[in-house]
Design a protein around this ligand. Structure first.
Ligand SMILES: NC(=O)C1=CN([C@@H]2O[C@H](COP(=O)(O)OP(=O)(O)OC[C@H]3O[C@@H](n4cnc5c(N)ncnc54)[C@H](O)[C@@H]3O)[C@@H](O)[C@H]2O)C=CC1
Ligand SMILES: Cc1cc2nc3c(=O)[nH]c(=O)nc-3n(C[C@H](O)[C@H](O)[C@H](O)COP(=O)(O)O)c2cc1C
Length: 180
């Protein structure tokens, strides 16, 4: 009689590393995200910053969230204005992402790109993949950031078909399926 061979199944343990700020960032760098230039204008003045931390919350009422570092020069201005526009960048607009991501001082950021005020007065970027003009309904403090819950009151869509992704700390063009 042949011996009954049993294969021992050893469950594979994932190699988990302790959570610190840098390992967390390294892991988050693996989540591809759209790139947005978030703008504001009003009593606090005009300002803008690049943000990948943008997410849809609910479509009734249409609401999105933006995570904004309270250490950013935009923070006090966004609080004063209580409006913002999320301009989702199209392929080829990475220079705007770098500019609003801190490479250029706030006063010079709007020198590139074509802008016009939306319903709320926040600057809308012509040629963006999509624009979401918003009133900020709620600010929630979490750690170093404020989570801004924003009610969308105006939408822009100029028909661009190629998006811009931020993935592994680099920009990548993303082509959509043909519309016809
Ligand atoms: N949510 C945020 O506040 C983000 C901030 N950034 C900032 O932009 C600059 C360049 O970033 P990377 O080249 O991507 O390298 P990085 O190593 O600083 O960031 C890698 C990833 O970690 C996350 N992250 C980075 N800083 C964070 C923060 N303060 N709070 C929460 N999540 C954060 C983001 O998902 C980012 O894509 C850095 O100064 C970074 O702090 C970038 C992406 C998101
Ligand atoms: C690709 C990219 C994504 C970013 N995403 C965010 C974000 O979601 N939230 C945030 O507070 N800052 C984010 N930042 C950083 C801000 O854009 C940056 O801190 C700000 O523009 C610097 O402005 P300041 O020098 O006027 O403070 C991002 C930067 C880059 C390059």
């Amino acid at each position: 009689m042949s011996p009954c061979l049993r294969q021992e199944v050893v469950p594979a343990e994932p190699e988990l590393v302790p959570v610190g700020r840098q390992p967390y960032r390294d892991a988050m760098a693996r989540l591809g995200a759209a790139v947005n230039v978030v703008t504001t204008d009003g009593p606090g003045g005009r300002h803008g910053f690049t943000a990948s931390a943008v997410c849809s919350v609910t479509d009734d009422p249409p609401t999105l969230l933006v995570c904004l570092n309270r250490g950013s020069s935009a923070s006090a201005i966004v609080h004063a204005n209580r409006v913002l526009c999320v301009n989702t960048l199209a392929a080829g607009q990475q220079e705007l992402s770098d500019r609003f991501g801190g490479r250029v001082p706030p006063a010079e950021r709007f020198e590139a790109g074509k802008w016009q005020p939306g319903v709320t007065g926040a600057p809308v970027l012509l040629g963006a993949l999509a624009s979401f003009d918003c009133r900020i309904a709620r600010f929630v403090e979490v750690g170093t950031h404020d989570v801004l819950f924003c009610e969308v009151v105006g939408l822009g869509d100029e028909g661009a078909r190629e998006g811009l992704m931020y993935f592994l700390r680099g920009y990548h063009a993303l082509r959509g399926a043909s519309s016809d």
